[in-house]
Design a protein around this ligand. Structure first.
Ligand code: AMP
Length: 279
């Protein structure tokens, strides 16, 4: 496994790469877990070379405390990637990623002003800027994103259609703990007590599927929010049922839609998100 820390080193490698070898790319912010490794595995299965980036992107954090407390462990990350058979790890500094002040801005009408976009101003602009920069540097054929960040995956798919039509975007299933909690680097910041109640989010997402048989999506959301808040420790930021095609809220279920339940909730000072494709 090769570790590159500069754009120049990677570009040199790219120049010497035999033509025809495909590159699969997995962008991450590090503190890796089995969810990230599932993306590495998928890339290895479909590409000649797998590149993983580790970069905690300050411009996508709308909350300074979240950035300050974001967990990091480069040594453990490199061990996991080596074991997983990753070929290249790209770990750039801030200056390598942003050699000049950022001047571009992205918007994704209809997609970036709902759900996470409505609650984290500027977040998806920051994500799109860094992913576009990495696509320019890494030049992958395929890029892998987790459906854990469902809206991010859809926005990056849009970005690729607009700016990088040569790159195919793959959305991969959510990897969970045995008790249902979606793996997340932020889970490491939960106390023992918080960790115990965290799987309730997935329980309630599953429950929303049953409730939709008898209730409207709006009623289901209110009920699910209550179930989460009744735990005492969890505080819902939003619970929504939206259409997988456009992320717009669903008022009445019909057969053309593909409902997905989305939740964001605070557990202590950790913000967790999760979702479930309902049909
Ligand atoms: P992050 O390091 O949190 O920016 O995540 C890097 C990539 O891993 C993103 O595409 C995430 O959606 C994906 N990812 C994070 N957690 C999971 C999970 N539990 N299952 C599958 N993919 C995940």
């Amino acid at each position: 496994m090769i570790v590159y820390r500069t754009v120049f080193e990677y570009a040199q490698w790219l120049c010497n790469k035999p033509t025809g070898q495909s590159i699969g790319f997995v962008p991450t912010m590090g503190f890796l877990h089995r969810g990230h490794i599932s993306l590495i595995d998928a890339s290895k299965g479909e590409n000649d070379i797998t590149v993983c980036s580790i970069f905690v992107n300050p411009i996508q954090f709308n909350n300074p405390d979240d950035l300050k407390n974001y967990p990091r462990n480069e040594k453990a990350d490199l061990d996991m990637l080596e074991k997983a058979g990753c070929d290249i790890v790209f770990i750039p500094s801030y200056e390598e990623v942003y050699p000049e002040p950022v001047s571009i801005s992205y918007s994704f009408p209809g997609l970036d002003d709902v759900l996470e976009g409505a609650h984290r101003p500027g977040h998806f602009n920051g994500v799109a800027i860094v992913v576009a920069r990495f696509f320019d540097i890494i030049k992958p054929n395929l890029a892998y994103f987790g459906k854990k960040d469902y809206q991010q995956w859809m926005i990056i798919d849009d970005l690729a259609h607009l700016k990088f039509p040569e790159i195919k975007i793959k959305g991969m299933r959510i990897v969970r703990e045995e008790d249902g909690l979606a793996l997340s680097s932020r889970n490491a910041r939960l106390s023992k007590e918080e960790r115990k109640v965290a799987p309730l989010l997935y329980e309630v997402l599953k429950r929303s599927r049953d409730l939709l048989i008898d209730f409207s999506p709006a009623e289901v959301c209110i009920h699910c929010e209550k179930m989460i808040n009744n735990s005492g420790l969890l505080k819902t930021e939003y619970f929504a049922i939206a259409d997988a095609h456009n992320l717009q809220p669903i008022e009445k279920i019909n057969t053309n839609q593909q409902p997905v339940a989305f939740v964001a909730a605070w557990l202590g000072n950790v913000r967790l998100i999760d979702n479930l494709e309902l049909f």
